[in-house]
Design a protein around this ligand. Structure first.
Ligand SMILES: *Cc1c(COP(=O)(O)O)cnc(C)c1O
Length: 421
């Protein structure tokens, strides 16, 4: 077998099983100075804000933004007739407000900042009914502050929409690869969009610099934020009732296996962090990245973590999987991923369009290309024949415009038909 770095440089799809993963994650997590308390705290904060979210976004039906969990039997028949165990989909592609997994981390961080500002200015008390946050006096106070973020698209959608809805000035620094429809959606909501020629890492550095030393601009830092991470981690405590309803009782012998699309690492990292807290060694987590941007994999392999840049390996970070087009991983998440992630695999664009098409055809579920990265997981990670609950996390797609989606479907259909000749 060729050395894995050489294969990564050649843009071959690879699987790296992480031999350094903690065998007893519970013990490892207990030694960190953040954990279960912060996850519980995040869930409680989201509950305090639920009346506000419900009023602003009635489609959330109660103000808790959560996604469906469904079985994917038809997809199994089409793709994995030999699968042992069962295949499930966690549909963060269908999360309201942001239309992607960023509805978890992104919105949570903005709620946390809002609460901090209003407590400091003594405009709310923690025991108040938070619905008063929508009163004109409080909105006006918030309009004095700016929430800023850098994004390849979806994080900007999440932060921009919630920020503007609460009354903040919202600024989104978009990388060159951001899709036009995502920018249009923000502009329509009164969010300021700053377009950069560079990639995500560059846009993030510009946003960070702009906010430096200014106390009325809060920059949501996807490469460093612990808040985002906790917003994602809450998913693990909420999924219990969905498991119960479906008779899912994971054990070390029959574990949950999660397949998670990875960009900067906050979303898959936070979910992994949450799941290992709640399920310990009865869950395994695998991260998926595009062959042109395997930044987390390289960061862990080389132990350079956040200082890794895929350009240094001759990779261009150019991919249609815009949610995953990240040249440098989060420096906060990479060392945690080294301890908690069971393995990493890479995927190519064409294959994602094919899976996007098949998911639509078999299950009538609509996702964007990045969100398909988990679908090949069971084969890519050599777990197909293990008795387990395989969970593919689909991460975005709710708001993709029809005409753009139709083109994606067509591309996937052609690739699928050619693969059968
Ligand atoms: C952001 C995003 C991811 C990955 O999240 P990171 O926190 O960047 O790792 C996956 N899928 C979609 C659709 C996304 O928008």
């Amino acid at each position: 077998m060729k050395d894995i770095i050489t294969r990564i440089k050649n843009m071959e799809t690879v699987f790296y099983k992480n031999e350094n993963v903690e065998k007893n994650p519970g013990e490892y997590l207990a030694g960190l100075d953040f954990g279960m308390n912060e996850i519980m705290d995040a869930e409680k904060r989201m509950k305090r804000f639920a009346p506000v979210i419900d009023r602003l976004f009635p489609e959330t039906k109660g103000g808790i933004i959560e996604s469906p969990f469904v079985s994917a039997e038809k997809l199994v028949n089409a793709l994995y007739p030999n699968m042992k165990g069962s295949l499930w989909l966690k549909l963060d592609s269908h999360l309201e407000v942001a239309g992607s997994i960023k509805a978890r981390g992104g919105i949570y961080e903005v709620l946390k900042v809002t609460e901090e500002i209003l407590l400091k200015e003594e405009l709310i008390d923690i025991n108040d009914d938070y619905i008063k946050i929508l009163e004109p006096k409080i909105r006006e106070a918030l309009s004095d502050y700016t929430i800023s973020v850098a994004s390849t698209g979806n994080l900007g959608l999440s932060i921009g929409i919630i920020g503007a809805s609460l009354g903040f000035k919202s600024r989104v620094h978009m990388s060159g690869d951001a899709k036009q429809w995502k920018k249009d959606r923000l502009l329509a909501r009164g969010v300021e969009v700053i377009e950069h020629d560079g990639d995500f890492t560059y846009a993030a550095s510009m946003g960070r610099k702009e906010a430096e030393g200014k106390n009325k601009i809060h920059f949501v830092d996807d490469e460093r934020s612990c808040n985002l991470f906790m917003g994602y981690a809450v998913s693990a405590m909420r999924i219990g009732s969905q498991f119960k309803k479906n008779g899912i009782t994971p054990t070390k012998e029959k574990p949950l296996i999660l397949y998670l699309p990875c960009g900067v690492g906050g979303a898959p990292g936070g979910i992994t962090f949450g799941f290992k807290h709640f399920f310990n060694d009865a869950v395994e987590c695998y991260f998926a990245e595009p062959v042109s941007s395997p930044s987390m994999l390289l960061g862990v392999l080389t132990k350079k973590y956040g200082k890794t840049n895929v350009n240094e390996y001759g990779l261009d970070n150019i991919t249609e999987l815009d949610g995953l087009a990240v040249a440098s991983p989060s420096d906060f998440v990479a060392p945690l991923a080294e301890k908690l992630c069971n393995g990493f695999y890479t995927i190519n664009d064409d294959d994602m369009f094919r899976h996007l098409y098949l998911l639509n055809k078999m299950e009538n579920i609509r996702i964007e290309p990045s969100a398909a990265a988990g679908i090949p997981g069971p084969i890519a990670t050599e777990n197909l024949e293990r008795d387990a609950y395989h969970i593919v996390w689909t991460t975005g797609g709710l708001f993709v415009p029809d005409d753009i989606y139709d083109k994606m479907i067509l591309r996937g259909k052609i690739i699928d038909e050619n693969s059968r000749i």
